[in-house]
Design a protein around this ligand. Sequence first.
Ligand code: EPU
Length: 421
Amino acid sequence: MDAILIKGGRALNGEVRISGAKNAALPMLTATLLVAGKFRFSNVPDLKDIESILQLLATIGAEVDRKGEEVTVDTRGVDNFEAPYELVRRMRASVLVLGPLLARLKRARVSLPGGCAIGARPINMHLDGFERLGAKITLEHGYVEAAAETLTGEEIFFDVPTVTGTENLMMAAVFAKGTTVLRNAAREPEVTALADMLNRMGAQISGAGTPNITVSGVDTLVPVSAEIIPDRIEAGTYMVAAALTQGNIRITGAEPDHLKPVISKLREAGAGVELAPDAITVTGSRPVSSVDIKTLPFPGFPTDMQAQFMVLMSIANGLSVITETIFENRFIHVLELQRMGADIQISGNHAMVKGAERLSGAPVMASDLRASASLVLAGLVAEGTTRISRVYHLDRGYESIEQKFGQLGANIKRISETASS
Ligand code: EPU
């Protein structure tokens, strides 16, 4: 198993290009299951989660091929409606095959994902939605099966906005008879990107990006080519790195409109953020001002940036209150940050972060994707050496992370865990 070694304390300067968004690519790749044909994708990030979803598509009968950032998926041979435990257990987003398989094959069987490090993360709202459209749902032997001869448009109200739930229901509803209305839908840019692709395939979806999405059923779809939108969380992570290390980073290929809450909080914390047509430039300085953060569905502050911002607050001037409202267990990074000298106290879903003079390098353990990113950031600003174990979490969602940080001047390298440091 690999580890990452960082000698902290260097200001990061230069330019970094943002990769395609994992969480946009995943549903767009599963959307290929809706119709037989050949799809082409560009700007597909080279990540473990993408590898997992491509493997799942292949298991279902698709032919997949990857050349650099280009991926082709040929779904003419799709005949299997089952996503097995071995693949779903690796990545919860595998549940995104449920909607399209139900729509095309009228049946889908997917291993139930279970909990994960950041919380219970049930899929009840996905399943309730399929039921509202007329599917019969059965749970047996750890698998959920959805089946329906016909799906019929309905009004579906989500208790809370769910990103993959909204995506799954949009895909399930494309061939449904009549009109489906998704209320309290997720508004994340990744949802809009999926709706755009589905519309180009011939679907009739309006309202994506708002809480009310309308899907009017159509009879056929056609395969298309699609480009993956930039990863706003990867961009946000490099933006925080600039603020944290008193550096100056020009971030290209990102979409500022997707990053408004992050930009706003960085500015409040005292960082300089300049926006140009294809670049965001962030300049860090001291002191960092403490700001309060509350995670919310888009367009609120993203939960996927909470851990990274906590590192910035851990060296700020004063006290910051960080409130996590999306996932019940998303403070796992706190224990590791405390080992690096961060002064953080947790009370329920609030973290009270008292800015410290400095962080100090330590051996730490990655626990989930964004927590791992926060440990990398902490290592970059800490005095001495930080050794981050279990970096496979990082490889799920950050393309070439040590090369990208290395190119910005960080002293960072990947080692085999058994090798000596
Ligand atoms: N929820 C339910 N029932 C459901 C679905 C969700 O109770 O049926 C709850 C969740 O437990 C959570 C809240 O609703 O408390 C919102 O969860 P959501 O369904 O929106 O999360 P998700 O779709 O499983 C996606 C991203 C996550 C990101 C969240 C929130 C993908 C593949 N994953 O997850 O990304 O944190 O939205 O924005 O799009 C990551 O990339 O590191 C990551 C975890």
